[in-house]
Design a protein around this ligand. Structure first.
Ligand code: FES
Length: 110
């Protein structure tokens, strides 16, 4: 049956729910996708001046829920966050975080 393979592949995608605050926009994203890509796919306005290369810090987000689902920060992410304003102990760079579970995220004011 035409299309069966595609449907099977889509059904095997593991999805996560991301909520972007303060607007509260909900986005469904595939695990392994970056938070930045999921935000852009969901038409969430999030700065990304370097195009997701981890060298500008403009995609700073605060992870309100689900921080434990994210991998540890790399040295490069830690270094970049040191020069970003308003950083908290729950801050991450959206372009450097691969999704592996549900998240509630706050986009801080610029
Ligand atoms: S988009 Fe530049 S650091 Fe994430």
């Amino acid at each position: 049956m035409p299309g069966t393979g595609w449907r099977f592949a889509r059904l095997t995608d593991i999805m996560a729910t991301l909520i972007f605050k303060p607007e509260g926009v909900e986005v469904q994203a595939a695990e392994g996708e970056t938070i930045l890509d999921a935000a852009l796919d969901g038409d969430v306005a999030i700065a990304h001046d370097c195009g997701g290369n981890g060298i500008c810090g403009t995609c700073h987000i605060i992870v309100e829920e689900g921080l434990e689902t994210l991998h540890e920060k790399t040295e490069e992410e830690i270094d970049m966050l040191e020069i970003v304003e308003g950083v908290t102990d729950r801050s991450r760079l959206a372009c450097q975080c691969e999704i592996s579970g549900d998240l509630v995220l706050l986009i801080p004011p610029e």
